[in-house]
Design a protein around this ligand. Structure first.
Ligand code: NAI
Length: 331
């Protein structure tokens, strides 16, 4: 039998946490033969709610779940973890300036970076979900210099999955037959959902999405804005954020990273830019990646047309500004 893997979820008493921890305990994230020990962190005002989640995890009697640590102590939470899913953060409240929210999150990610660096297992893989996800991940990377930049990522898989979903609905094909969409850039409304390289499995072989949709107006217009604004649409409908799909996508992100992407398929991940596609190095930027043996690699050599180039640059500019804002909060 495999040794249990310790998985940290921060903000575990929150909405996404509540959807995510049962998925992890069921084996959705690391596979049906991988036992897990869940480490759940939240802040003292949420301690009682966090304990309630722990009670439910016990009550659900998940066969793969070998232990639950529910704590408000960052060191206890980070000790020995091999996977860290960072969902905890300070939400933007009405009337708050962007800088105030940034400054709260920078402080949180700086201190949690240090705890992960000192107490997590060697080679711990980190996924930042909490917004601003790319920049929180960048701060975490900066303040955990001994954790490899290859091990610090942020979630854009939800946007990727939303793009797959929109194509599937439009063409009335199963979502599992659609692949290789790309989310470029920031997990924000400047992200660029790109279908120029996406394909659909058909009885006559793989066909380009662009050819099958045959409507550039939709692809350049409504498709992009629907994906970019889907989070807001769900809040409007549910009066709550998109916790189910965020949790499921976080599982997809870690599963593909650890267990590998299928042959011929790439996924979108926010990763540390090495300057690929002329994206400024040193940003956490969403790229198409393939994963093998627990290592992601940016897909190289995709042709970028003029329209796409502008969109890649626009979202990079926003990330450069966010980075500057984050640094100004540090000083
Ligand atoms: P939520 O407000 O329900 O939960 C957040 C939890 O984090 C709360 O329980 C809070 O007490 C906790 N928390 C706050 N500060 C903390 C700290 N320093 N350490 C540990 N825990 C802390 O929010 P929800 O809906 O679960 O969303 C969580 C985050 O995920 C938000 O920042 C949201 O914007 C982001 N998000 C990101 C998505 C993505 O695709 N990257 C998609 C959807 C949401």
């Amino acid at each position: 039998a495999k040794e249990p893997v310790r998985v940290l979820v921060t903000g575990a008493a929150g909405q996404i946490g509540y959807a995510l921890v049962p998925m992890i305990a069921r084996g959705v994230m690391l596979g049906p033969d991988q036992p897990v020990i869940l480490h759940m962190l939240d802040i003292p005002p949420a301690a009682e709610a966090l304990n309630g989640v722990k009670m439910e995890l016990v009550d659900a009697a998940f066969p793969l779940l070998k232990g639950v640590v529910a704590t408000t102590d960052v060191v206890e939470a980070c000790t020995g973890v091999s996977i860290a899913v960072m969902v905890g953060g300070f939400p933007r409240k009405e009337g708050m300036e962007r800088k105030d929210v940034m400054s709260k999150n920078v402080a949180i990610y700086k201190s949690q970076a240090s705890a992960l660096e000192s107490y997590a297992a060697a080679n711990c893989k980190v996924l930042v979900v909490a917004n601003p996800a790319n920049t929180n991940a960048l701060i975490l990377k900066e303040f955990a210099p001994s954790i490899s930049e290859k091990n610090i990522t942020c979630l854009t898989r939800l946007d990727h999955n939303r793009a797959l979903g929109q194509v599937s609905e439009r063409l009335n094909v199963p979502v599992s037959d659609v692949k290789n969409v790309i989310i470029w850039g920031n997990h924000s409304s400047t992200q660029y959902p790109d279908v120029n390289h996406a394909t659909v499995k058909t009885p006559a072989g793989e066909k380009p999405v662009r050819e099958l949709v045959a409507n550039d107006e939709w692809l350049h217009g409504e498709f992009i804005t629907t994906v970019q604004q889907r989070g807001a649409a769900i809040i409007k409908a549910r009066k709550l954020s998109s916790a189910l799909s965020a949790a499921s996508s976080a599982c997809d992100h870690i599963r593909d990273w650890v267990l590998g992407t299928p042959e011929g398929t790439w996924v979108s991940m926010g990763v540390y830019s090495d300057g690929s596609y002329n994206v400024p190095a040193g940003l956490i930027y969403s790229f198409p990646v393939t994963c093998c043996n627990g290592v992601w690699t940016i897909v190289q050599g995709l042709p970028i047309d003029h329209l796409s180039r502008k969109k890649l640059d626009l979202t990079a500019e926003e990330l450069t500004e966010e980075k500057a804002l984050a640094y100004s909060c540090l000083s």
